[in-house]
Design a protein around this ligand. Structure first.
Ligand SMILES: [Zn+2]
Length: 347
């Protein structure tokens, strides 16, 4: 098998170069791949402002990473329980795809263009059907930096109605922080995604004999959370509304997140794919650990505020009884305590 790539070198740092995958030109023979590029040249102008762009060419395809088939036609990959590093290439969030009779839906695009390349190859190992939708569960970099790969296809990008404005404010700092940790070469080819379909409430998407129900949630984990449910199997991709192993991270609201989980507990889910950990959880076991952590955060924060503790003192105590239950606790709990304190001091 052969695949098309294009070499990009950063204008601002011309020694930083990488061949990025151009999806859609895969072929058994290199001549067929090359002829496909000539017949239907890739649109590369989007890169010209930032990169030195070489002529696209074909090469032997890289092998696909393993994905787990959790139900017929539903595949997931568990991200590393880690912060982004050059070694893991930013592959630290769970990703998935669902195959219908007409098309494919992708759930989250990964923490770098390199991660999206692996996801795309895993899809193509299973099916030649077109990728119709890419659902972005929320706007955090580990879930979205790979999405520009799918912009080369006719895939529709679907996200929360507040996704674009929220991400626009933070995109630069995400590139400088998460992006640098994931390895700048892995981010070559990444650009700010344009959302084609926004979700405000609930909406169904048909990929052929498979109706997916997508729902937006207000001000919970990130302020841009959506969930994607396959009613036929009861499987729901919950993004970072559920964490497993990995310490939950609060970006938007501890009270709002708790409210969303309470609502979700009554939903007809049987199996959850969380944003981190798992990658498959019985729904009956999925909510309680995150709810317990949020409850401790809320109780400890209210106690600290009632005692008159300063933010810097409060951060040392809030949530500590949960330390043994989660990985990466010392990295994320102080930030969560800060968010909780800032939110609850105005109650
Ligand atoms: Zn997140």
């Amino acid at each position: 098998m052969f695949e098309a790539v294009v070499n990009l070198c950063l204008l601002a740092d011309p020694l930083l170069c990488r061949d990025i995958l151009l999806p859609g030109y895969e072929a058994e023979q290199i001549t067929a791949c090359t002829e496909a590029i000539v017949a239907n040249p890739p649109e590369l102008s989007v890169y010209l402002a930032q990169y030195i762009v070489a002529a696209p060419h074909c090469r032997a395809a890289v092998a696909a990473h393993p994905y787990l088939e959790i139900a017929p036609g539903i595949f997931v990959q568990k991200g590393a329980i880690d912060d982004a590093t050059i070694e893991n290439q930013g592959d630290v969030a769970n990703l998935g795809f669902l195959i219908g009779t007409q098309s494919v839906a992708v759930i989250d695009a990964g923490g770098s263009y390199t991660v999206a390349e692996n996801l795309y190859r895993a899809i193509r190992r299973e099916t030649d059907l077109p990728i119709r939708y890419v659902f972005l569960t929320h706007s955090h970099p580990d879930h979205i930096f790979g999405v520009s790969l799918f912009a080369h296809l006719d895939a529709q990008i679907v996200a929360h109605h507040r996704f674009e404005t929220t991400l626009a404010h933070r995109y630069g700092s995400y590139l400088e922080n998460f992006g640098v940790r994931a390895g700048r070469a892995n981010l070559l080819g990444t650009f700010l995604p344009h959302v084609d379909i926004t979700i405000d409430g609930s909406r169904a998407f048909d990929i052929g004999q498979r109706q997916l129900v997508v729902q937006s949630w207000d001000n919970a984990h990130s302020g841009t959370d959506i969930t994607i449910r396959d009613p036929e199997t009861g499987i729901v991709f919950v993004g970072d509304l559920i964490f497993d192993e990995h310490t939950p991270t609060v970006d938007a609201s501890v009270l709002g997140w708790r409210q969303a989980l309470t609502t979700m507990q009554a939903a007809p889910y049987t199996t959850a794919v969380p944003g981190h950990g798992g990658p498959v959880l019985d729904w009956s076991d999925a909510v309680d650990p995150v709810m317990a952590y949020l409850d401790v955060l809320i109780t400890d924060t209210r106690d600290a505020i009632a005692r008159g503790d300063s933010l810097s003192d409060a951060v040392k105590t809030i949530g500590q009884s949960e330390a043994d239950n989660w990985v990466l606790f010392d990295l994320y709990n102080p930030r969560n305590a800060t968010v909780a304190y800032t939110e609850l001091e105005w109650e």
